[in-house]
Design a protein. Structure first.
Length: 726
C-alpha cells in the first residue's frame, strides 16, 4: 500500500515537473504521440496536450520527406544509446513553420519499439534575431568596405576591426592591419606620444577628437590625414581617416605657383610699364594665338578648306537666309573613286598631296560665296547658296571637267574620277545634317550607276536606304534563326551528260519579307561584314552535305562554293578551309572555291600567298562570272586557276547575235590555250548546249538541266547515271 502511494506521488511530481517546464516534452511510440506536456501542445498551436494524443508525429514536420530525414538521422544516433540533438524546422497546427531545438533518446536503445522521449524548445525568435543581427553586421561591413574613408576600431591601442580603404591607405594587405599597434600609424614615436597626450583627454570627456595627423604607411611613406575619433561604450575607439596628402601637395604647389605667378606678373608689369614696344609685341602675339586656334578648330590642316564644324555654321546661316528670302540652296557630296588604290600603291604622302591639288581645283569651280569643305578622308562637300537644280547641275558638270585633266603629283601623273550626290533645300532636307545625309545617299547612287558621275537625291533612294537598313538588321539574326538555307544546282559534262558536281547557292526566306534575292542581300552582307560568318556557315554546310552524298555512293561529286572578295582577302581563309575539310572528313580535291573575276584580279600580289596555301591543301580555285571583269592574261597566269566559268549573260544572249557567240568562242579558246577547264553558266536551251559542245566546252550548268533545289529534291537526280531533264 505504501509503495503504491509513493508511486502515485512520484507520478504526480513528475507530471507537475513536466507541466511547469518551459520546454515541450513528448513520449512517442510507433510514430504516434502517446503523452506530452502542455508546453509541447502550445508550441504547436494546440489548446491542450489531450489534442495531440494519438496524433501521427509526422504531422508536426514540414513534410514527410523532412520527417523521414529526421528519423534516419535520429535513429542512427539514438540506437547507440546516445541523445540525438538537432536544429530543425517544424510545422504548427496552422501550417506555419518555425525553428525548434530538438533532443531525443530511446527509452531502451536495445528495444527501440518501447518508444522515445523528445524535448523541444521554440527558438524561432532567436534564429530570426540572429539572422537580423548577421544581416546588420553584413550590411555594416559592406558600408564600411565601400566607404571612401578609412575606418578603424581600436581597443587597448590595437586595431580590432577596419575597412578595406583603411588597409589600402596605410599600405596593408587584406586582414594584415588587424592586430597592429596604433603607434605604427604615426610618423615617429614622438608624434605618437604627443598625439596620445592630446586626444586621450578629449575622448575621455566623450567628445570628438579632430585633427590633421601625419601618418606613416607600412612601406614608410608619409601621408597627411584629416582625422576624427570618438570613444565607444564598449571601451574601444573608432577612427576615421581621410587622405588629404594630394590636396595639401596641390595647395602647396598652387601656393608656389601663385608666388611664381606674382613674381612673373611683377616682372612683366615692370617691363610693360617701361616699354610700349614690348606691350604691342605681346598683344600681337596673343592675337596670333587666338587666330591660329580658331583656324585649327574650323579648317582642315591638310587642304586649308573649311572642316565639318565651319561647314555646319555656314550651312545654318545659308539655310536661315534661304528660308527668309525664299531662295534655293544646294549641297553636293563628293567622294573620290578608287582613291584607296593610290594610297595603297603610292603611299599616303602622295595621297595627301593629291588631296591638296583636288582641293584647289574644286575651289576654282565655285563662286566666292560658295563653300568647299573637306569632311575627312576623300570626302568633300560643296555648299551652294541660291543655287537651284539647274545651278547645281552646272557645278556638278564643272567638277567633272575639273577631274578630266590629270593631276601632277611629283613624278606621278594621276587620273581619277569622283562620284557626286546632289541635295536641294528644302525638299531634300531642312537642316544641315538632313541635307548632307541626302546628298550622301545620292552619291552612293552615283557609285551604283558606275561611278564618275552625279545623281540628284530622290525619294526612291530614301526607300532603298531604308530597305537596305531593314535587310541588314534582319540579316544579322537570319543565321541564328535558321532562315538561311542552301540550294544546289548540278554541273554536268557538256558532252556526255554525266553529273560532275554541284554548286551551293545561298537562299534567304524571311517570315515577313519573304524570299529575299541574293542579288539584294549579298552586297549588304559584304558591306556590313556579315559575309564572313555567313560564308563560313555556307562552306561548312555545303561540305557536310557533300559528305552525306558521298556516304550514299556519290564519290565522284564535287562541291563548288562561292567566295566573296572579303572572304578571299581574309588571312585566316586557308585555316578555315582546312578546318571545314577535317570536320566533314572529305578530300580537298572535291571542294572547289569560286571567286568572281573582279575580286580575283584585284590585288593579285596580296592574295598570292593565300592562293598558294589553298593549293597546298589540294583545294581547286575557279574564276566565276568570267568576262564581266578586267582580268588580264598576266594576272590569270599568276594565279593557279583550275577553271573559268563563262558568265551567264554571254550564254543567255548567244541566241540574239553573233557578238556574244564570238565572246564565248574567244573565252573558250583562251582557256583551252592556258590548259583551263571551261564551265558555261546559264544554259537554258538545247541550241545553246549544242553550240557549246561544238566549241569544246567542258561543263555546263543552268535551268536546261535543273534549277537550284534543296538537297532532298535534288538527290534522286544526282543518283542517276547521267543527266535527264529535272
Amino acid at each position: 500500500m505504501e509503495v503504491a502511494v509513493a508511486l502515485a506521488r512520484a507520478l504526480r511530481e513528475q507530471q507537475t515537473l513536466l507541466q511547469s517546464t518551459d520546454i515541450g516534452v513528448a513520449f512517442i511510440q510507433k510514430r504516434a504521440i502517446q503523452r506530452c506536456n502542455q508546453q509541447f501542445a502550445e508550441i504547436f498551436g494546440f489548446p491542450d496536450s489531450a489534442s495531440l494524443l494519438g496524433q501521427a508525429s509526422y504531422l508536426l514536420h514540414p513534410s514527410r520527406d523532412a520527417f523521414r530525414a529526421l528519423g534516419r538521422d535520429a535513429f542512427a544516433e539514438m540506437a547507440q544509446g546516445r541523445t540525438f540533438r538537432s536544429l530543425r524546422q517544424m510545422r504548427r497546427k496552422d501550417g506555419s513553420l518555425f525553428w525548434a531545438s530538438l533532443t531525443g533518446r530511446f527509452i531502451n536503445s536495445e528495444a527501440p519499439s518501447e518508444g522515445s522521449i523528445w524535448t523541444l524548445d521554440d527558438v524561432d525568435a532567436q534564429i530570426l534575431m540572429r539572422s537580423k543581427l548577421d544581416a546588420i553586421q553584413l550590411q555594416t561591413q559592406i558600408l564600411l568596405d565601400h566607404a571612401m574613408v578609412g575606418v578603424v576600431y581600436v581597443r587597448e591601442h590595437k586595431v580590432v576591426q577596419c575597412n578595406r580603404h583603411a588597409e589600402q591607405m596605410l599600405g596593408y594587405a587584406p586582414g594584415q592591419l588587424c592586430g597592429q599597434a596604433a603607434r605604427d600609424w604615426f610618423a615617429s614615436d614622438s608624434d605618437w606620444a604627443a598625439q596620445l597626450a592630446d586626444y586621450a583627454p578629449t575622448l575621455a570627456m566623450g567628445k570628438v577628437f579632430s585633427a590633421e595627423l601625419n601618418l606613416r604607411r607600412q612601406d614608410g611613406a608619409e601621408l597627411i590625414c584629416e582625422t576624427r575619433s570618438k570613444a565607444l561604450d564598449d571601451g574601444s575607439t573608432v577612427w576615421i581617416f581621410m587622405d588629404i596628402t594630394e590636396r595639401r601637395q596641390t595647395q602647396e604647389a598652387l601656393r608656389q605657383a601663385h608666388a611664381e605667378l606674382k613674381r612673373v606678373v611683377s616682372e612683366r608689369t615692370h617691363a610693360l610699364v617701361n616699354t610700349t614696344k614690348n606691350l604691342d609685341k605681346e598683344i600681337q602675339e596673343r592675337k596670333y594665338d587666338r587666330e591660329h586656334i580658331y583656324w585649327l578648330a574650323h579648317y582642315d590642316p591638310l587642304t586649308g578648306l573649311p572642316n565639318r564644324s565651319l561647314l555646319a555654321e555656314r550651312s545654318q546661316q545659308a539655310i536661315a537666309q534661304a528660308q527668309c528670302s525664299n531662295t534655293p540652296l544646294a549641297v553636293l557630296f563628293l567622294d573620290l573613286d578608287h582613291f584607296k588604290h593610290i594610297n595603297d600603291s603610292l603611299g599616303h604622302k602622295v595621297g595627301d598631296s593629291l588631296l591638296t591639288h583636288i582641293a584647289k581645283r574644286l575651289s576654282q569651280t565655285v563662286r566666292e560665296y560658295d563653300t568647299v569643305a573637306r569632311l575627312g578622308g576623300d570626302e568633300f562637300v560643296l555648299l551652294l547658296p541660291r543655287a537651284n537644280a539647274a545651278g547645281a547641275q552646272r557645278v556638278a558638270g564643272k567638277v567633272a571637267q575639273a577631274f578630266n585633266a590629270p593631276f601632277q603629283v611629283g613624278p606621278h601623273e594621276l587620273t581619277l574620277g569622283c562620284s557626286v550626290g546632289v541635295a536641294l533645300y528644302p525638299q531634300d532636307g531642312r537642316d544641315f545634317d538632313a541635307l548632307v545625309q541626302s546628298a550622301d545617299m545620292a552619291m552612293y547612287g552615283a557609285k551604283r550607276q558606275g561611278r564618275n558621275t552625279y545623281r540628284f537625291f530622290t525619294s526612291q533612294m530614301q526607300a532603298q536606304s531604308m530597305r537596305a537598313l531593314e535587310l541588314e538588321n534582319a540579316l544579322r539574326r537570319a543565321l541564328e534563326r535558321e532562315q538561311l538555307c542552301l540550294h544546289y544546282q548540278p554541273q554536268v559534262d557538256a558532252n556526255t551528260g554525266k553529273i560532275l558536281g554541284v554548286e551551293a547557292l545561298l537562299r534567304w526566306q524571311h517570315p515577313k519579307l519573304g524570299a529575299v534575292s541574293p542579288a539584294e542581300f549579298i552586297p549588304i552582307a559584304e558591306s556590313s561584314g556579315l559575309i564572313l560568318p555567313i560564308g563560313q556557315w555556307v562552306m561548312a554546310t555545303a561540305a557536310q552535305q557533300l559528305k552525306a552524298w558521298r556516304d550514299k555512293g556519290l564519290l565522284h561529286l564535287t562541291m563548288s562554293v562561292n567566295l566573296s572578295a572579303r572572304q578571299f582577302h581574309q588571312p585566316q581563309l586557308p585555316d578555315l578551309v582546312r578546318q571545314v575539310l577535317e570536320q566533314a572528313n572529305i578530300p580537298a580535291q572535291v571542294l572547289e572555291l569560286e571567286l568572281t573575276e573582279s575580286a580575283a584580279m584585284s590585288e593579285v600580289v596580296a592574295v598570292e600567298q593565300t592562293v598558294a596555301e589553298l593549293q597546298k591543301l589540294g583545294v581547286r580555285l575557279s574564276i566565276d562570272d568570267f568576262g564581266t571583269g578586267y582580268a588580264s592574261l598576266t594576272q590569270l597566269k599568276r594565279l593557279p586557276t583550275y577553271k573559268l566559268k563563262i558568265d551567264q549573260s554571254f550564254v543567255r544572249d548567244m541566241d540574239n547575235g553573233d557578238a556574244d557567240k564570238a565572246m564565248v568562242n574567244a573565252i573558250v579558246r583562251m582557256a583551252q590555250a592556258m590548259g583551263l577547264r571551261i564551265t558555261a553558266e546559264g544554259v537554258e536551251t538545247q541550241e545553246q548546249l549544242k553550240f557549246l559542245q561544238a566549241l569544246g566546252c567542258d561543263e555546263a550548268q543552268g535551268y536546261y538541266f535543273s534549277r537550284p533545289r534543296l538537297p532532298h529534291e535534288l538527290e534522286p537526280f544526282l543518283l542517276q547515271d547521267s543527266w535527264k531533264a529535272c
